[in-house]
Design a protein around this ligand. Structure first.
Ligand code: PLP
Length: 481
């Protein structure tokens, strides 16, 4: 059986006179409660953006019409999750919601030990501190901001071992998140000590691109030969499972839940941001199969997060996440989730807007280099595009380019990433297809005005993870480049 394509291209039967040759799917839910959003005028948006230093992270959400900043913690919870919130057992120790969460993680991710954390970076912090010694090397399939920060903070050097196609926004490779096994083996051979290999799925900074099952298996085999553990960043592992189902031969008939479990079985543990796949507004965890390592993690979690049976979460939050995990692995949920992202991506492509292809799992990435081909990277093309988008119709997006890439921790020099992107990130179960249409039309309007964009200069640069709080001013005239 061929998997039904997640792509839902609108067909206009009236104007084409075509036969109905396929049947559409729709979201497997209906809306019970609504949250009003507000339109603003261009003048209001100009004032708001100026006050925010041209950084969409610094806007007030009230000034945003359609908020595609992130899919992190922005999901709509189901009635079943909200019902779970009322069943929070707020005991300091041994809350029953912790055990529900442990059951859900063991059932669907398959790891033995669960250490809850307040969110993903809490887990990354603990994992990095218990496994990395100064001077270590950590290979990974492209960096993620907080992951790399914690690895470097613990004294490691991060080495990117993703396949070259990942850095090419027009390559149609179906699994652009894959690890380049030759690059990885070189690091394993040459580095003095590799505490673990960091495997992320899907790969956020490459455009939400998946890793194939075959690649995960091969990474496992290679790492077993070198006796190096594999640690998974499982943040969007269920979305990754959907792509394996849709694209990898032999997986058409398997469920996302089965695929997820097999995928995790090739790894030794995971860090997790529950704010993504797991459909909650806050929460995360660290999972480990090694009991000794788990004991170390439990020793650390009490210092930084909270007791090992709550790790910074309320009982009700753990219950919502346990239930969110159950809902997240449903095939119909994933079809609608990834399908909505593809809908927006295909619409933009049909208008000729340059986007990263294939369309990723959680976001559509606009290629700012092709948007503004003459703008030097030092004038922050993606940051500029993100600002222009907000000004046009109040759509909030996020820069994923030179600002996010930050500086080399050793030399202090700017990283110059090949990918200079703006991320339109789709929250789960929040916006409708009509919202996607409005977004696409706004992007097209900005694209048509692209010659007017001048770029930005950074006027305040924070020391760590600068993209969150950096401030900018518009350049008066175009920089040459
Ligand atoms: C969001 C994210 C994290 C960090 O998780 P938080 O919950 O935001 O702390 C780590 N890795 C990836 C790939 C992410 O997208």
């Amino acid at each position: 059986m061929k998997p039904q394509s997640p792509v839902q291209t609108p067909i206009n039967l009236r104007t084409t006179g075509q036969q109905l040759h396929r049947r559409s799917w729709a979201e497997p839910w209906k809306i019970k409660m609504v949250e009003p959003i507000k339109k603003t005028t261009r003048r209001q948006r100009e004032a708001a953006l100026g006050a925010a230093g041209y950084n969409t992270f610094l806007l007030r959400s009230e000034d945003v019409y359609i908020d595609l900043l992130t899919d992190s913690g922005t999901s709509a919870m189901s009635d079943w999750q909200w019902a779970g919130i009322m069943l929070g057992d707020e005991a300091y120790a041994g809350s029953k919601n912790y055990y529900h969460l442990e059951d859900a993680v063991q059932k669907h991710y398959g790891f033995k030990h669960l250490i809850p954390t307040h969110q993903g970076r809490g887990a990354e912090h603990i994992l990095s501190q218990i496994m990395i010694r100064p001077g270590d090397t950590v290979p990974g399939n492209m960096y993620f901001t907080t992951t790399r920060y914690h690895q470097e903070h613990a004294g490691a050097k991060f080495v990117d071992v993703i396949i070259d196609e990942a850095h090419d926004p027009v390559s149609l490779h179906p699994f652009k998140g894959n690890v380049d096994l030759a690059k990885l083996e070189r690091v394993l051979k040459e580095a003095a000590h590799v505490p673990y290999v960091s495997l992320a799925v899907t790969v956020n900074m490459a455009g939400g691109q998946p890793v194939s099952m075959a690649n995960a298996r091969a990474v496992r085999e290679l790492c077993t030969r070198y006796e190096v553990p594999v640690m998974l960043d499982a943040t969007r592992a269920v979305e990754n499972a959907w792509f394996i189902k849709a694209r990898e031969p032999g997986f058409e008939g398997r469920t996302c839940a089965e695929i997820l479990k097999e995928f995790c079985s090739y790894t030794d543990g995971c860090t997790m941001s529950g704010k993504k796949d797991a459909l909650v507004n806050i929460g995360g965890w660290l999972s480990l199969n090694d009991g000794k390592l788990a004991d170390k993690a439990r020793n650390m979690v009490v210092i930084y997060e909270g007791l090992h049976t709550y790790g910074g979460m309320a009982g009700r939050d753990m219950e919502a996440m346990a239930r969110g995990i159950e809902e997240s692995v449903e095939d119909e949920h994933m079809r609608a989730r990834v399908g909505q992202v593809e809908y927006l991506g295909e619409l933009l492509q049909s208008y000729g807007v340059p986007v990263v292809v294939p369309i990723g799992g959680h976001a559509v990435y606009l290629d700012a280099r092709r948007f503004y081909p003459n703008m030097p990277q030092d004038s922050f093309p993606a940051q500029t595009l993100s600002a222009e988008l907000y000004l046009d119709a109040g759509v909030r997006s996020m820069e994923r380019g030179i600002v996010s890439a930050g500086r080399d921790s050793a030399t202090g020099k700017n990283h110059y990433p090949k990918l200079e992107l703006v991320r339109l990130t789709i929250p789960r179960r929040v916006y409708t297809q009509a919202h996607m249409d409005v977004v696409a039309e706004s992007v097209v309007a900005v694209y048509q005005q692209k010659v007017k964009a001048k770029g930005l200069k950074m006027v305040y640069e924070p020391e760590y993870l600068r993209f969150f709080q950096a401030r900018f001013e518009p350049l008066k005239s175009k920089a040459k480049g």
